[in-house]
Every structure is written in structure tokens, then in C-alpha cells.
Design a protein around this ligand. Sequence first.
Ligand SMILES: CC(C)(COP(=O)(O)OP(=O)(O)OC[C@H]1O[C@@H](n2cnc3c(N)ncnc32)[C@H](O)[C@@H]1OP(=O)(O)O)[C@@H](O)C(=O)NCCC(=O)NCCS
Length: 170
Amino acid sequence: MAWLELTSEQTTPALLRTATPTDRAAIRAVLLGSGLFGVADATCVDEMFAETWEHPRPDGYRWLVAEQGQAVVGFACYGPESLTQDTWDLFWICVLPSARRRGVGRALLGAAMEDARANNARLMVIYTSSTSPYAPARQLYTALGFTHVATVPDYYCDGDDLNIYWKRLR
Ligand SMILES: CC(C)(COP(=O)(O)OP(=O)(O)OC[C@H]1O[C@@H](n2cnc3c(N)ncnc32)[C@H](O)[C@@H]1OP(=O)(O)O)[C@@H](O)C(=O)NCCC(=O)NCCS
């Protein structure tokens, strides 16, 4: 994927690129520096990342990273959902707090949708939490045209619903 320059008024612009195996530690660091995700989340993502390179598959996970001044400040993981006809999922998206509200998340999700469309994706679906720390993520999905189509009450734990966001890509 080509590099994409993001606009930023006061800091070095961020650039998007496809991840490589050497991004493993940086992606873990973004999760652990997010103020939201913990070691269990980082380990889950780490296993998905390892799987991507150890057992490459055309329908496997896809990874984008955002770099600012040669440091990884965000990433997205997405790909086709098995046993569906061209439905893709956004599995993870995260931007370091120091790089937020400058269009990095928008660019990551936009590039993921663009890649999905280029690979004939029909739908993109995102699962997220109903709790307040996830409000920026829900705002991002709405801003990029996703619709909140379903809620599963108490899915993650009591008081923490699953919110499903949906967007038709073609
Ligand atoms: C969600 C997240 C990736 C957004 O990244 P970001 O780089 O700050 O997002 P952007 O600057 O590209 O914002 C794009 C749009 O999303 C919405 N948005 C993002 N953060 C927001 C916030 N804190 N409050 C309100 N709207 C917000 C706005 O519509 C924004 O457009 P605008 O800046 O023109 O108003 C980031 O907040 C994050 O990493 N959160 C923690 C991890 C997380 O929740 N991941 C999702 C798990 S399902």
C-alpha cells in the first residue's frame, strides 16, 4: 500500500503503511500505551499478528500502521470474516493518546475500508463496547458512515453491552 500523508498543524505528519513483521513490538506498545487495553488484549493481538506471518493466507488478518517521526503511533487490524460472502471485520484499531484527534484513526479506518473495497468486500462490521472509554471509537465509526445496528446487552460483562456497527461498502 502506498504511503499516505496526513495533515497536522503542529506536529510531524503521520504516514500510513502496511505492517511488516518488525512492527510486532510497536503494535504491542501502542496497545499497552493506549490507557484502555491491558496485557490480555496485547497478548491476543500479538497472537493474531504472529499467526498472520507464520501462516499467511489470502483471507488472513491485514495490518496497517501509522507512523509519526518514524515511531508507530497507531494501527488497525481487519480482514474478511470466515464463512461469510465478502463481509469484512475491523478487529482492532488503536492510536496512542499523544497522537489522537489529528485524523490518524480516520485515516486508518478509511484505508482499511479502501483496501476491503479493492478486495471486493461487501460489508464491514465492527464490534465494540458500550462503555464511556469507547465513546471516541463509536464517534469515529459514526463519522465514517457506520450505523449502530445491534446491541447485545451485558455481552462483555454486566453493564457493558456489545455494540455492532455496520457499513455497506458496495
Ligand atoms: C478511537 C480512536 C482510534 C480514534 O483515533 P483518533 O486518531 O483520535 O481519531 P481521529 O482524530 O481520526 O478522529 C476522527 C473522527 O472520530 C471522531 N472522534 C474521535 N475521537 C473523538 C473524541 N474523543 N470525541 C468525539 N469524537 C471523536 C470525530 O468525529 C473525529 O472527527 P473530527 O476530529 O473531525 O471531529 C482512538 O481514540 C483510540 O485509539 N481509542 C482507544 C482504542 C479504542 O477504543 N479502539 C476501538 C476499540 S473497538
